[in-house]
Design a binder for this molecule. Structure first.
Ligand code: SF4
Ligand code: SF4
Length: 71
């Protein structure tokens, strides 16, 4: 299942593939502006509006679970 998190302006979307996400929390740790958190063992992105489009999360996820519209 893929869950989408879209910014309030609608111009940025983060997609997390829950078939790949194992809840390791690397994205939570590495995102410089704390967009992510863990919920029930999976990553969620409740603060997409804070994203600075650095693409670190896409690169740091060991399972390739994150897709970012800007990266
Ligand atoms: S780094 Fe990847 S696998 Fe780990 S919690 Fe984040 S999205 Fe899930
Ligand atoms: S692109 Fe950068 S700022 Fe945006 S969610 Fe990923 S790590 Fe965080």
């Amino acid at each position: 299942m893929i869950k989408e998190f879209t910014s309030s302006s609608g111009d940025m979307t983060i997609k997390i593939d829950y078939d790949k996400c194992t809840g390791v929390g690397q994205c939570v740790e590495d995102c410089p502006v704390d967009v992510y958190e863990l919920k029930d063992g999976k990553a969620v992105a409740p603060r997409v509006d804070d994203c600075i489009e650095c693409c670190v999360c896409v690169e740091s996820c060991p399972n390739g679970a994150i897709e970012h519209s800007s990266c």
